[in-house]
Design a protein. Structure first.
Length: 579
C-alpha cells in the first residue's frame, strides 16, 4: 500500500495531495493554523494510519494492567495456576502487540513529518524563485535564513507531535473508562483531574505562544544584523564601523536572550504540569482505591489495576504537554512561512510577445540609457544604485518602460528575456557544488575553461586541490573577495547572453588583474552587447562608448577621452576629485 511507504522526495507537486501531480490544485492557506492543518492533511491515508496506530499503541498501554487484575484475582487469589498462566501470557502478548504498534506508529509518523517538511521547503523555494530579484526588496535576509534554519524544523516537529498527542488522548479516555468500570469515584477523579489540568494549561499555552512569537521575531532581527555585518565586513573595517556594528549586534543579542528568558517561565510551568499532575493523580487514586479495598468495594486485583491504569497516565500526560509546546512552536513557524508565501509577486505576462531580432538595442526612456547591439558600453555614475535600478528595468526585475528593440520588456516572455538579457551583480550568490557547476551548471568543459580564462580566474582554479572538480560550499568563503568576484564574472560570461549587464565586476581586484580582465572580456564579448557600471579608467578607456549618468539620467555620452576633456564633472568623477 502506497501510503504506508516513505514519501518520494522531492514531491512532484507540493500543493497536490499525496505528492502527485496536482493540475489545478488549490493554493495552500496563508494563515498559520490553517496552513499547519493543511500540511497535516495532504496525505490523508498516511495521517489516518499514523493516528490509528498511535491510538492503538498508546491507548492500549493502560489495558495492560487489566491482565494484572485477572492474574491476581483469578490466579494468585484462587491459587489457580492455569488461570495465572493464561492471564500472564495475555499480558505478554498484549505487551508485544503494543510494542509493535508503537514501532509502526513511529515509522508512519516519521513519513508524515518528512512529507510536511519537504512540502513546506518546496513551497518556500518555489516562492523565492518566483520572487527572483525582487525578493531582497520585500523580504529581509534574516527572514529567509530563519525559515530554512528554524521554521522548517519546527513545523516538522509540530506535525510529528500530532500522532502521539492523539494516542495520548485515547490513552486518557481508556484510563477513565477502565477506572469507571472499576469504581465511579476513581473514574471521576481522573476526569476531574484532567479537566483541571486543561483549565490551567490553556492560559499558560496562550502566554507561551505570545512569547515564542516575540522570540522568533528577535531571531529574524539578529540574523539580519549578522548577515549585514558579514556582507559588509571589509567595508566596515575600512571606514572604522566594525565596532559600531559589533556593539549593535551585542545589543540585539541581549534582547534575544531576554526574549528567551521570557519563554522559560511558561515552559517551566508546562514541564511542572507534565511531571507533577500524574504523580498527584496517582497518589489520590492509590489513597481512594486503598479505602475502597478496606471497605470491600473493590478487590485487591482491582486496586493493583487502578494503580497500573493511573501509572500509565505518566507517559500520556507528559507527552501531551510536550506536544502542546511543539504545536505552539509550529504555529509560530507557520506564521513566518505564511508571511513569505503572502509576499506579492509580479503578475505573469498574460499574452507575452516574442522578443526582437538578435542585436536589437535596449532602451530605458526614464534614464535615457541605450545599450546598442554589439557594443561595449561603460556606464559611469557617482550613484551606483541608480545605475543598478536601470539595469533592473532592462531585465524587467522592476516595473518600467524599457524596450528591447520595439518590444517592451514587460511584455516579453520571462524565460526568453532571462536567456537574452542577464544582469550580473558583483556580489551575486554563489551556490555549493563543484566549481565547474558553480560557474556553468551542466555546460561543457570548454565553455567553463573559456569563461575562467576571460575572467582571469585560472589562478583561482589552480589554487584549489581538485581544480574545477573541487567541491565548494555556498558563497565559497574560503576564497578572498576578489577571487569570488572573478568566479561570479566567469559564471556570467559562461551564460553567454545576448546582452550582459555587469555591475562593478572588478571592484575587488587589483589594477593589473583588472587590466587583463577588461581586455579579455572585451575580446570574449566581441559582437555582443555588454554594459558595465563602473568608474574605473581601465573600463572607461576600453569601452566603445561611455554614458555619464547623474541623478539617474544620462547627461552625456561619447568616447572616454572626449568626455574627460569636455566635462569637468565627469573628469572629477573619474579622478576622484571634487568638482
Amino acid at each position: 500500500m502506497r501510503f504506508l511507504r516513505a514519501p518520494e522526495l522531492p514531491l512532484d507537486d507540493p500543493v497536490a495531495p499525496d505528492g502527485r501531480s496536482g493540475t489545478g490544485a488549490p493554493a495552500p492557506p496563508t494563515t498559520p493554523w490553517k496552513f499547519l492543518l493543511w500540511l497535516a492533511t495532504r496525505r490523508k491515508r498516511l495521517a489516518a494510519a499514523a493516528l490509528i496506530t498511535s491510538g492503538i499503541a498508546l491507548g492500549g498501554l493502560p489495558v495492560l494492567p487489566y491482565f494484572l487484575t485477572g492474574a491476581v484475582d483469578h490466579g494468585l487469589a484462587q491459587r489457580d495456576w492455569s488461570a495465572l498462566t493464561l492471564w500472564s501470557l495475555g499480558l505478554v502478548l498484549a505487551g508485544f502487540a503494543s510494542a509493535a504498534m508503537i514501532v509502526w506508529s513511529h515509522r508512519l509518523t516519521v513519513y508524515w513529518r518528512m512529507d510536511a517538511a519537504y512540502r513546506t521547503l518546496q513551497l518556500s523555494t518555489r516562492k523565492v524563485n518566483r520572487l527572483g530579484g525582487g525578493l531582497r526588496r520585500q523580504v529581509t535576509t534574516g527572514q529567509v535564513v530563519s525559515v530554512g534554519a528554524t521554521d522548517l524544523r519546527r513545523i516538522a516537529e509540530a506535525v510529528d507531535g500530532l500522532s502521539p498527542a492523539f494516542g495520548c488522548l485515547v490513552g486518557l479516555i481508556t484510563v477513565g473508562v477502565l477506572l469507571f468500570n472499576t469504581s465511579v469515584s476513581l473514574g471521576l477523579t481522573i476526569f476531574i483531574g484532567v479537566f483541571l489540568v486543561g483549565l490551567i494549561t490553556g492560559p499558560v499555552l496562550s502566554r507561551l505562544q505570545k512569547r515564542q512569537q516575540a522570540y522568533r521575531d528577535r531571531i529574524g532581527d539578529i540574523t539580519d544584523r549578522a548577515s549585514d555585518i558579514v556582507a559588509g565586513l571589509r567595508v566596515l573595517r575600512g571606514i572604522g564601523g566594525e565596532r559600531r556594528f559589533s556593539d549593535s549586534y551585542r545589543r540585539d543579542s541581549a534582547r534575544l536572550r531576554g526574549a528567551g528568558y521570557r519563554v522559560a517561565p511558561p515552559m517551566a510551568w508546562l514541564n511542572a504540569l507534565g511531571e507533577g499532575t500524574p504523580a498527584i493523580l496517582l497518589g489520590v487514586v492509590v489513597w481512594l482505591s486503598g479505602r475502597l479495598v478496606a471497605a470491600e468495594e473493590i478487590t485487591v486485583g482491582q486496586m493493583v489495576a487502578a494503580y497500573g491504569y493511573t501509572g500509565a497516565l505518566l507517559l500520556p500526560v507528559h507527552w501531551l504537554i510536550g506536544t502542546s509546546y511543539r504545536i505552539i512552536e509550529g504555529r509560530v513557524a507557520s506564521g513566518k512561512i505564511c508571511a513569505l508565501l503572502n509576499v506579492p509577486e509580479r503578475d505573469a505576462v498574460a499574452e507575452p510577445r516574442p522578443g526582437p531580432h538578435t542585436g536589437a538595442a535596449l532602451r530605458d526612456p526614464e534614464s535615457g540609457l541605450t545599450v546598442e547591439g554589439g557594443e561595449l558600453l561603460a556606464v559611469a555614475s557617482a550613484d551606483a544604485d541608480r545605475v543598478a535600478e536601470v539595469f533592473d528595468r532592462f531585465a524587467a526585475y522592476t516595473d518600467g518602460e524599457a524596450d528591447f528593440g520595439a518590444v517592451p520588456v514587460s511584455r516579453m516572455d520571462r524565460d526568453e528575456l532571462r536567456r537574452r538579457v542577464l544582469v550580473a551583480d558583483h556580489d551575486a550568490y554563489l551556490f555549493a557544488g563543484t566549481l565547474a557547476e558553480v560557474i556553468a551548471g551542466r555546460e561543457g568543459a570548454d565553455r567553463v575553461r573559456a569563461a575562467v580564462e576571460a575572467a582571469s580566474a585560472a589562478d583561482v582554479v589552480d589554487s584549489l586541490p581538485e581544480g574545477l572538480d573541487t567541491e565548494v560550499d555556498n558563497q565559497v568563503r574560503t576564497l578572498s573577495g576578489g577571487q569570488r568576484q572573478r568566479l561570479r564574472l566567469a559564471r556570467a560570461l559562461a551564460a553567454d547572453p545576448e546582452v550582459l549587464l555587469l555591475h562593478e565586476p572588478t571592484s575587488a581586484v587589483d589594477s593589473h588583474t583588472e587590466s587583463r580582465i577588461v581586455e579579455r572580456v572585451a575580446a570574449a564579448r566581441a559582437g555582443k552587447a555588454t554594459a558595465v557600471a563602473t568608474t574605473s579608467p581601465l573600463w572607461l578607456g576600453r569601452a566603445d562608448k561611455v554614458a555619464f549618468v547623474r541623478d539617474g539620467k544620462v547627461v552625456a555620452a561619447g568616447p572616454h577621452l572626449e568626455l574627460f576633456e569636455n566635462r569637468p564633472d565627469y573628469r572629477a568623477l573619474v579622478t576622484r576629485e571634487a568638482e
